[in-house]
Structures are given as structure tokens and as C-alpha cells.
Write a protein of this length. Structure first.
Length: 275
């Protein structure tokens, strides 16, 4: 437990103390407004472009939501959906007021499907209210050294004052990758989910790189009109692991550029074993 509590401090130190000497020749033609590639074994940024520009990050901020939920523990406790939780658009799982689920079931479906109604359930049962949970998100962000971020809701839908940066989101992505339950959840290309009614469905991950790039092992998508297409992604090969963040790009570019960035990073990252 002590090691787990130290992770935010370690991540903040690695990012803060490293003088970034990004390669002078990165992969050409990446079309995101901001991006960063990080060596996940060391926490050192390898390549950056406008990484400290403040912008909306859409549903990629659900990674911070997941980190806050996992911090509270007891993922197998049962919780009940309330009517107010279901008032979320556009991407929803369709849970109904009165349904009961474990936090773990909801967390996995939330990360794979990117469901905004489930985000509201998790926020309420963890923080008591949406605003209470947002305060927890911001405290978690500060603990991870995310100095240019501020969150208002658990799902990333547009809200006044809500923002982050590619560098800050890389900090969160690295922390998420080093959290086993989150790393497992975001790595599912498909996930079976059983509704309280007994109906079962197969959820498909919104991260298309899981089906396009064998080295990719997860992370989180995001999209709003204000943020554009956003993607946190991770990949592992030959003892090397990298995290890539793309903010403010387009659907027709995001998967190709994500694969290019991560393969660029995998060819240059250090070998090691994540703890």
C-alpha cells in the first residue's frame, strides 16, 4: 500500500525533474494539435508537441475518474442507480434507476464503453455528489503533479473552466497504466456485461487501436466538438512500454497517428519491468 501511495509523487517527480530532450526528428505529419510520447518504464517524455497548451480533453479525463474510484477501494460493494444518474448524453450504457451493480462491474463497462450515465453513478457513490467528486478529481490531479488541469465533471462533457494538457494527461495515463485493475479494464477489446434485468450484451471498446495494432494494450478515447478527437494509448513490445497522448485531432487521423507515435516510441524506449 505504501508503494501505491507513492506512485503519484514518483510520477510528478519524473515529469518535473526531467529536462525533456525530445528527438529532433520525430515521426512526420502527426496532425494532433498537442501530443506527447512517454517512456512508461522511466516516466520520461520522449517526444512533445504543444504538450503544455491548455485545452479540453473530453472523455480521456475518465481516466482520472477511474483512478479516484479505485483509490476508494471496495470495488465489489453493490451500489444502486438513481434517476439523476441516468440523465446523461450522448453515450450511455442504459442503466436504470433502482438497478444494482458492483462498482467493479460499472468501472469496467465505464472504461470500455465510455458511458456517461455510469460516470455519474460512480461519481455520486464515490464523492456524494458530482461537485464533491470533481473536488476529489482535482485533488488527485494535484497529487500527480497535473498543475495545468481542472475538472468539473466525471465524464468530460463540456463545462466552463474544465481543461488539461497533453503533459498532464500523460501523467494520469502513466498512473492508470500502473494501476492493475484499470490496465486490465482498458485492455479489453470486448467485454460482456449483464444488466440487472438479466439481459447480457457484449460491449466493444471505443479504442480502435486495440484491433488495429497488436502492441496496443489499452487506454482511453474522447470526443467533443470543443476538444476534437482525443486519445490516450499504451503499447508494449520487447520489454518496452510507451504512453501516447493526442489532443485536438480528427477521426480520420487519430488511429494511424496513434500507431505511428507508439511505434516510434517503442523503437526508442528503455527496456524494463513496470512494478
Amino acid at each position: 500500500m505504501m508503494i501505491r501511495r507513492l506512485f503519484p509523487l514518483v510520477i510528478a517527480f519524473l515529469f518535473a525533474s526531467t529536462v525533456v530532450r525530445a528527438a529532433s526528428e520525430g515521426p512526420p505529419g502527426i496532425r494532433a494539435l498537442s501530443y506527447i510520447v512517454v517512456d512508461a518504464n522511466t516516466g520520461v517524455p520522449m517526444l512533445t508537441h504543444n504538450a503544455d497548451e491548455v485545452r479540453a480533453v473530453a472523455s480521456t479525463q475518465k481516466i482520472i475518474t477511474a483512478l479516484v474510484v479505485v483509490d476508494q477501494g471496495n470495488l465489489d460493494r453493490r451500489v444502486t442507480v438513481q434517476e439523476s444518474d441516468t440523465e446523461a448524453e450522448p453515450t450511455c450504457l442504459g442503466v436504470r434507476a433502482g438497478d444494482t451493480y458492483t462498482v467493479r462491474e460499472l468501472l469496467y463497462a465505464f472504461l470500455v464503453k465510455s458511458a456517461n450515465d455510469v460516470a455519474q453513478v460512480l461519481a455520486r457513490v464515490t464523492g456524494g455528489s458530482q461537485s464533491g467528486f470533481a473536488a476529489m478529481m482535482n485533488a488527485k490531479a494535484r497529487a500527480m503533479g497535473m498543475k495545468d488541469s481542472y475538472f468539473v465533471n466525471p465524464h468530460g462533457l463540456p463545462a466552463k473552466g474544465q481543461h488539461s494538457t497533453a503533459r498532464d494527461m500523460a501523467r494520469a495515463a502513466l498512473m492508470a497504466y500502473r494501476t492493475p485493475v484499470i490496465r486490465d479494464a482498458v485492455g479489453h477489446k470486448y467485454l460482456g456485461f449483464r444488466y440487472a434485468s438479466g439481459r447480457t450484451v457484449t460491449l466493444e471498446n471505443t479504442n480502435e487501436l486495440l484491433g488495429r495494432m497488436p502492441e496496443c494494450n489499452g487506454m482511453k478515447t474522447g470526443y467533443t466538438n470543443a476538444a476534437g478527437r482525443c486519445l490516450l494509448s499504451s503499447a508494449t513490445a520487447n520489454g518496452r512500454t510507451v504512453i501516447a497522448v493526442q489532443l485536438g485531432t480528427h477521426t480520420k487521423y487519430i488511429w494511424e497517428d496513434g500507431a505511428i507515435l507508439m511505434r516510434w516510441g517503442l523503437a526508442r524506449a528503455s527496456r524494463g519491468s513496470l512494478k
